[in-house]
Ligand binder design. Structure first.
Ligand SMILES: [Cu+2]
Length: 115
């Protein structure tokens, strides 16, 4: 009798051990891409190189290394960031091609591509 009980317990353990492990819940699509911060330097009256691989929801941080005030102003009016000398500012971007210019020095322009 004892032998039969041991055998049953052994079979039960084997059955439990072979149960498939439930897969982890799939992450929601919005969480699949963690927002990244891209830093753009403003120096010598120019916007630094535009970062590549920018995706919607990422953060762009602009740092003004000049001794003059600059702005990062979107042509579509969605952004208008005034940056005094040495100041930094940031905003979150949406998908598309975004063109920025400086209100104080309109020859300063940049186009940022966001996927
Ligand atoms: Cu400027």
């Amino acid at each position: 009798m004892l032998r039969m009980t041991t055998l049953r317990c052994g079979l039960w353990l084997l059955a439990v051990a072979s149960l498939p492990v439930a897969p982890a819940a799939a992450a929601p699509a919005s969480a699949a891409h963690a927002a990244r911060v891209h830093v753009i330097m403003i120096d010598k009256m120019q916007y630094g190189p535009m970062p590549t691989g920018v995706r919607a929801g990422d953060i762009i941080e602009w740092t003004n290394h000049d001794i003059l005030e600059h702005s990062v102003t979107a042509r579509d009016g969605s952004v208008d960031l005034d940056l005094k000398a040495g100041a930094s500012g940031r905003f979150t971007v949406t998908a598309g091609s975004h063109t920025y210019f400086c209100k104080f020095h309109p020859t300063m322009t940049a186009t940022l591509l966001v996927r």
